[in-house]
Design a protein around this ligand. Structure first.
Ligand code: PLP
Length: 373
């Protein structure tokens, strides 16, 4: 039997070397900067959309709470259910307009745990083709039949429902609100009417929308979920739904039951960030305005969110462009397959309220040089 290392080497070489992923150190700093081995760069590849990860009020809330202990020490169902959970879940539920919210240790855990608890053999899951990996993993874990519909294509979704719905007991439609690699918006009004028409449930992942793009009818979506780790500057994930679904998940979601609770500092940071997000709506508006200024200056499609994809096509070209931009002082990630479809390697720009107008001007200059625009 070949040794483990020999097997792994084979598998890694079988991957095209340009696609090999590596971990490199990067410390996000205040004011939209990033410290890397190459020095201080302007940080246009994070998800701290509201610029709250270094906000003095959020940091101080986390520091205060940390004095109560650094780790939770047990699952929420055992002794880890710190008193910080309840107000945080109330704030999340109030924001989405649902009866209740349930916080998990990450967005990944919230989504895989919810889908796999709710759906099973004999059920059908319809996922947008570009939905996040955790939605697909949750679907696989559930044992339900998984079909993918073309990205944001309500006609294709309806055709699949018309063809398959009757053969399955329960049906769940899953999508992102704002797509993480494309920055575009799902047609949620249409999805709500389709799920009603075909007696299906709808689950929407708002990881990249909260604080930036508001969907006013969130409560008409059965399960509204997201993460505390991006705009909310902390760590953890949440599901907003009915009180009954919350009780059901407390009893059935394995990623909640068998995983240690979040530390008090994470709960306090998220709680402080939500309050600021609500009071200071200019933050989301500012991130969005930065994105729109860049799309306009570079003649890219109008930005719907704080995420702007610059599709390059070829993997190597995208990587080289990202390297050159790094030398010019800008941290911008090249996103390649399998994260995005073949032939659509891209630079993914993301904007934050922490960026100054001067930083965005500098980015426009550096990018126009690269793109020849
Ligand atoms: C980041 C992300 C997640 C996972 O959230 P974490 O809290 O980072 O685990 C889920 N869905 C989408 C669309 C994401 O971008």
């Amino acid at each position: 039997m070949p040794a483990l290392n020999a097997v792994l080497e084979d598998r890694l070489i079988a991957r095209d070397s340009a696609r090999l992923r590596r971990l490199t150190s990067a410390d996000a700093l205040a004011e939209g900067m990033l410290h890397t081995a190459q020095g201080r760069l302007h940080h246009f590849c994070g998800n701290d959309y509201l610029g709250l990860a270094h906000d003095a009020r959020v940091v101080s809330a986390a520091r205060e709470a940390m004095l109560q202990g650094t780790g939770a020490g047990a699952s929420r169902l055992v002794t880890g259910n710190h008193s910080g959970y309840d107000p945080l879940e109330r704030a999340l539920a109030a924001h989405s307009g649902h009866e209740a919210a349930l916080v998990f240790s990450s967005g990944f855990a919230a989504i895989t745990g919810t889908i796999s608890a709710l759906m099973g053999k004999g059920d059908l899951i319809l996922a947008d083709r570009l939905a996040h990996a955790c939605m697909l993993d949750g679907a696989k874990l559930s044992g339900a039949k998984l079909l993918r519909f073309h990205h944001n294509d309500r006609t294709h979704l309806e055709a699949l429902l018309a063809q398959h719905r009757a053969q399955y007991q329960h049906t769940l439609i899953i999508t992102e609100h704002i797509f993480s690699m494309d920055g575009d918006k799902a047609p949620l009004d249409d999805l709500v009417s389709i799920k009603n028409k075909y007696d299906a449930w709808l689950m929407v992942d708002d990881a990249h929308g909260i604080g930036i793009v508001n969907y006013p009818h969130k409560s008409s979506v059965d399960i509204w979920c997201g993460t505390l780790s991006k705009a909310l500057a902390s760590v953890g994930g949440y599901v907003c739904a009915s009180a009954l679904l919350k009780s059901y998940l407390v009893n059935h979601a394995r990623s909640l039951i068998y995983s240690t609770a979040l530390p008090p500092s994470a709960l306090a940071a998220a709680q402080a960030a939500i309050a600021i997000m609500v009071q200071e709506s200019w933050r989301g508006e500012r991130a969005l305005a930065h994105a729109r200024r860049v799309t306009q200056a570079l003649s890219l499609p109008h930005a719907d969110s704080a995420i702007v994809p610059v599709v390059i096509g070829n993997d190597d070209d995208a990587l080289r462009m990202s390297e050159r931009l790094k030398h010019a002082g800008y941290a911008i990630s090249a996103i390649r397959p399998p994260t995005v479809p073949e032939g659509t390697a891209r630079l993914r720009l993301s904007f934050s309220a922490a960026h100054s107008d001067a930083q965005v001007d500098g980015l426009i200059t550096a990018l126009s040089r690269e793109l020849g625009r």
